[in-house]
Ligand binder design. Structure first.
Ligand code: AP5
Ligand code: MG
Length: 218
């Protein structure tokens, strides 16, 4: 059986999961599966799933487990995930973590990276964030500005501000994180592939530590 490398990026909203995923993707040939990005694609396409998901996302609530599991479990069975994949924003509840466990096999190599950032810094990061409408790369007006205003460095796409990046929704997302997602730290912390990384430093410093945690060459 092929050994799959499965990386879970765990962390509160704005902790840098998407930013680190972009760096990991360029070093490892693993598909980046962000449940948030998949949901936003569905919202933009006004699919049936997108119409249901939108009201949850806009209010900072989690989309129901059954919808998320249906979406992601089909995705990880696709051909490009045969050698592994990088999960960003999934799992986010104990139910999701348990469902993922059932989809793993003994030969899988699992890494869980827990990015630790305090709430005050999260609010600062999210309130200045811009996202590429084409490739989803995150930028920040002060911390990671694009070379040209409102244009993605990577693909030339137009940058926009996410609808759930308002102060009120960020506060709700943080509360939901502490209540429903933070318990996953305890769920995973005894795994040999579990690492907690200080996510308050520069993107490069975090990535260097992450590379060491993944035992890969940068
Ligand atoms: P999702 O899209 O997953 O959002 P999130 O978890 O709230 O996290 P973010 O994408 O906001 O932050 P990030 O950690 O990726 O940080 P980023 O790299 O962008 O989910 C959105 C919604 O979808 C949820 O609220 C929920 O409704 C739904 N959903 C998704 N998955 C679900 C699931 N599994 N179950 C149920 N519902 C689900 O960085 C943030 C900013 O900081 C950027 O501007 C960036 O440039 C900057 N930055 C990053 N790193 C640094 C650094 N080291 N120094 C300075 N600035 C930095
Ligand atoms: Mg993200």
């Amino acid at each position: 059986m092929t050994t799959r490398t499965i990386i879970i990026l765990l962390g509160p909203p704005g902790s840098g999961k998407g930013s680190q995923a972009a760096l990991i993707k360029s070093h490892m040939r693993l598909p980046h599966l962000s449940t948030g990005d998949l949901l936003r694609e569905n919202v933009a396409a006004q699919s049936a799933l997108g119409k249901i998901a939108k009201s949850y996302i806009d209010h900072g609530k989690l989309v129901p487990d059954a919808i998320i599991l249906d979406m992601i479990m089909h995705r990880i069975e696709q051909e490009d995930c045969k050698k592994g994949f990088l999960l960003d924003g999934f799992p986010r509840t104990l139910v999701q973590a348990q469902a993922l466990q059932l989809a793993l096999s003994a030969s899988d190599q699992l890494f869980i990276i827990n990015l630790k950032v305090d709430d005050a810094m999260i609010i600062e990061r999210i309130s200045g964030r811009l996202i590429c409408s084409k490739c989803m790369t995150p930028y920040h007006l002060r911390f990671a500005p694009p070379k040209a205003a409102n244009v993605c460095d990577a693909c030339g796409g137009e940058l926009y501000q996410r609808a759930d990046d308002t102060y009120e929704v960020i506060a709700k997302r943080l509360a939901v994180y502490h209540q429903q997602t933070a318990p996953l730290i305890e769920f995973y912390q005894n795994y040999p592939g579990f690492s907690t990384i200080d996510g308050t430093r520069s993107k490069e410093a975090i990535f260097n530590e992450l590379v060491n945690a993944l035992h890969i060459k940068s």
